[in-house]
Structures are given as structure tokens and as C-alpha cells.
Design a protein around this ligand. Structure first.
Ligand code: GDP
Ligand code: CO
Length: 398
């Protein structure tokens, strides 16, 4: 891959938020071009060895809830062979068992391709037992099962990836129409993470464009309706602390992102669709230097967040309705609003924004999404000893 160097960064305590990096060539060539060894360049070539080294150690979690099987098959097709797909489903099991249909499709696909995989229903007793055995009860509901929600599915994915000894974990939505885009995201994950000097790193995808039909023609929008707003307020958050206006953050709602496992286990998570925006809040709270850090060793190493601009247009299922968009805006801003370190001025602006859009009423309060503590507190050894992997797909850990 040939990629712009991460030249500019915004620092917030121990966090380094790199500005978005432009991609020049998805495939950077077989040989390393020695001209890149000179210090006078702004592009880097990341060798294929380096990319594969990371992909071999990376699981890609694919959350799915009632999506079309064809889309999921396309997503599987785009995942590089060396990455382990972990499909975490919250699809209907009644009256038609969509989960069973997904499992059948995934199993035949992966058997034909000789690809290892894990697939699990997030509300299955097996998944609940893993959290239960690890002593991580926050995620279980009154029935003793993992709660509903996308973030909850992602947490299940991180736990499985860690139990399988993966050193990186990425996330790609299952409703993507283009296998080529999926492939590019996975490559950008490995390229992004390969740049990290710290063991605590994250790579987030900024979509280059999102195609829409406007007046019977294609229009390539740069910003989604939700991300435009989330990014604006995240940047304001940074600006209020630094005293300098910034536009560094552009991936507030990046469903497509990847983390090194040490970082994935340190962050707190927020429920449902607020999870991606909350990554930033958790980073600012834990490593921003405003509050004492619960993890001094990570604070010492620093946290690196790379934002990578993809080149494929991002086309996913778009008819999920206006209510879904409004819910996403509400959730994303609510996690900023409820942060202990959110400046009062910003709280007022967020409230004004949500009232102006009639997302919250004049006398309503903002919802406070449920929080999940860092997974590092979980007892993975016990959970691992008691997991029967044969039930979970075509992957038997050694
Ligand atoms: P958007 O793309 O951000 O508008 O959100 P989507 O509704 O497309 O959801 C993102 C991804 O998460 C899709 O692949 C969904 O199928 C999946 N998803 C949504 N809700 C859940 C859930 O409760 N559990 C799991 N495991 N996946 C979910
Ligand atoms: Co989607």
C-alpha cells in the first residue's frame, strides 16, 4: 500500500489523534521502492509482508441483525484470507430462523473457500456462559443472556478474538454492498495499525464518499447526516480544551475501525449505536490528563489513533429510516454530553442542537446510554477453559 504519512496530529494528554491520511495505491507493489527510504517524502510504502503480518493476527468482527444473506456473503468475500471473521448475529430466530440460515450460508462459504471462521448468536447461552465464566456480568440481562444492541455484539466479538489469541480486532458492518470496499477497509486496518509505535492503537475509516441518488443522478456525499454532527461536536470538545479550533476528528461514527487488543481491553464501551462516538470520550477521559488515568502504563506509552481515508464509495443498506438517523444523532451526542469532562458551554450547545432538531423535547433530558467497563477486568483464563469451540464454527484454537 502507498499511503500518506501521518504528518499532523492533535494531542490531548496521552492521546495522539492523527489527521486523516490519504491513500494513493491500495496495492503498493511487490518490491519495496528504495526511494521511500529517503527522508524527503510525504508518502510511505507499507510492504506486503508487514500487512500480512498484522492480518494473520487480526480477527474481523461482523455484527449482523436481519441483513440479507447475499450482503453478508459479499462481506465475507472481501475479508482477506488471513483475517479470522467472527460473525456475531442478533438476527431473528422466530418465526423463521434467520440465524440458522446465516450459519448455513457461512459454513458452506467457508468450507468451499477453506476459510476458518467463528459464528455465534449474541443471545445464545454459549455466549452468555463465556461472559458468565469470565465474571463479566454487566453485559447480561435478567434472563442471563447478552443484552441486545450493536455494541453488545461488538463486545462479544472482542472477547472471542481475545480468547483466540488475536492481537488485533477490527469491525466491518454486514450491510455493505461492495466486497471491494470491505477488502479495502481490512487493508487500511492493517496499514493503519502497522504505523503504531505504541502497543495501544486504533485505525478508523473515513469514507471517501457515500453515493446517493439526487434528481435521478448519482451524487457522492462526503459526510453522512450523523457523522457531520458528531464530528463537529467532538472537534469542539478538543477545541475548548486546547483553545485552538480544529477539524482533526473526522471518524466520530466510524463503524469500520480496528484496535490493537491491548487498547480494546482498556476502553470502556457504551451501549447500542453510541459505541463509536464513545471511543473518543473514553480516550479523552482515561488518557486525556484531565482525570487521573486508571492505566498509567498505557498513559506512558501513549495512544495512537489513525484516521484513514478509503477510496471505494461506501454503500450500505440505506432504507433504515429517519428514526434510526435521529436515534444515532441522539446517542452520539448524549455520550459527549454525559461525560464528566464535557465543558458546560458544549453541553449547552449540544442540548440546543438536539432541541432544534426536535430530537429531544423542550423539557426532556438526554438519554444516558448504558456503560460497560473495560474488558481487562474479565477472567479470560477461566472463560477460555470452559469454552467449547467446536460449537462455534470452523476454528479450533491450538
Ligand atoms: P448504520 O450503518 O450505522 O446506519 O447502522 P446499521 O443499522 O447498518 O448497523 C450497523 C451494523 O450492525 C449492521 O451490520 C447491522 O446488521 C448490525 N447490527 C445492528 N444492530 C445489531 C445488534 O443488535 N447486534 C448485532 N450483533 N449486530 C447489529
Ligand atoms: Co449500515
Amino acid at each position: 500500500m502507498r499511503l500518506e504519512l501521518p504528518l499532523r496530529a492533535e494531542r490531548f494528554g496521552a492521546n495522539l489523534f492523527y489527521h486523516s491520511q490519504k491513500l494513493f495505491e491500495i496495492d503498493g507493489g511487490y518490491e519495496f521502492d528504495s526511494k521511500f527510504a529517503s527522508p524527503f517524502h510525504v508518502i510511505q510504502q507499507i510492504t506486503r509482508e508487514r500487512l500480512y503480518e498484522i492480518e494473520r493476527d487480526m480477527a474481523i468482527v461482523i455484527p449482523i441483525k436481519n441483513e440479507r444473506l447475499r450482503l453478508l456473503e459479499g462481506v465475507l468475500c472481501g475479508i482477506p484470507h488471513d483475517c479470522l471473521p467472527i460473525i456475531v448475529s442478533n438476527s431473528r430466530q422466530e418465526p423463521v430462523d434467520r440465524f440458522r440460515m446465516e450459519c448455513n450460508m457461512i459454513d458452506s462459504f467457508c468450507r468451499y473457500a477453506k476459510k476458518k471462521y467463528i459464528s455465534i448468536h449474541q443471545r445464545s447461552p454459549e455466549m452468555a456462559r463465556i461472559f458468565e465464566n469470565g465474571g463479566y456480568h454487566d453485559i447480561l440481562d435478567d434472563e442471563g443472556l447478552v443484552r441486545e444492541g450493536k455494541a453488545e455484539g461488538m463486545l462479544a466479538g472482542i472477547v472471542l478474538a481475545n480468547l483466540l489469541g488475536k492481537r488485533y480486532v477490527g469491525f466491518i458492518d454486514s450491510d455493505n454492498y461492495f466486497p471491494g470496499a470491505v477488502f479495502e477497509y481490512a487493508r487500511l486496518f492493517s496499514a493503519g495499525l502497522s504505523q503504531a509505535k505504541s502497543p495501544f492503537s486504533m485505525a478508523r475509516i473515513q469514507w471517501h464518499s457515500k453515493p446517493k441518488i439526487v434528481d435521478s443522478d448519482l451524487f457522492f456525499a462526503k459526510w453522512g447526516r450523523v457523522s457531520r454532527i458528531t464530528n463537529q461536536y467532538l472537534n469542539q470538545f478538543l477545541s475548548y480544551y486546547s483553545g485552538y479550533e480544529t477539524d482533526a476528528l473526522c471518524t466520530g461514527n466510524a463503524g469500520e475501525h480496528a484496535m490493537s487488543m491491548p487498547l480494546a481491553l482498556l476502553l470502556d464501551y457504551s451501549a447500542g449505536f453510541s459505541v463509536e462516538a464513545y471511543h473518543f470520550v473514553s480516550l479523552l477521559e482515561k488518557f486525556g490528563g484531565v482525570l487521573p488515568s486508571p492505566f498509567p502504563e498505557a498513559t506512558k506509552s501513549g495512544i495512537e489513533v489513525f484516521q484513514m481515508e478509503s477510496r471505494n464509495p461506501h454503500l450500505h443498506v440505506v432504507n433504515k429510516g429517519d428514526a434510526h438517523i435521529r436515534e444515532m444523532i441522539h446517542h452520539s451526542l448524549a455520550v459527549l454530553f454525559h461525560s464528566e469532562i464535557c465543558p458546560v458551554r458544549l453541553k449547552k450547545e449540544i442540548l440546543r442542537e438536539l432541541r432544534r432538531r426536535k430530537i429531544v423535547g423542550k423539557d426532556d433530558v438526554l438519554l444516558a446510554p448504558r456503560k460497560y467497563p473495560a474488558l481487562r477486568g474479565m477472567d479470560f483464563d477461566t472463560a477460555s477453559k470452559m469454552t467449547d469451540w467446536a460449537l462455534l464454527g470452523n476454528f479450533i484454537p491450538v
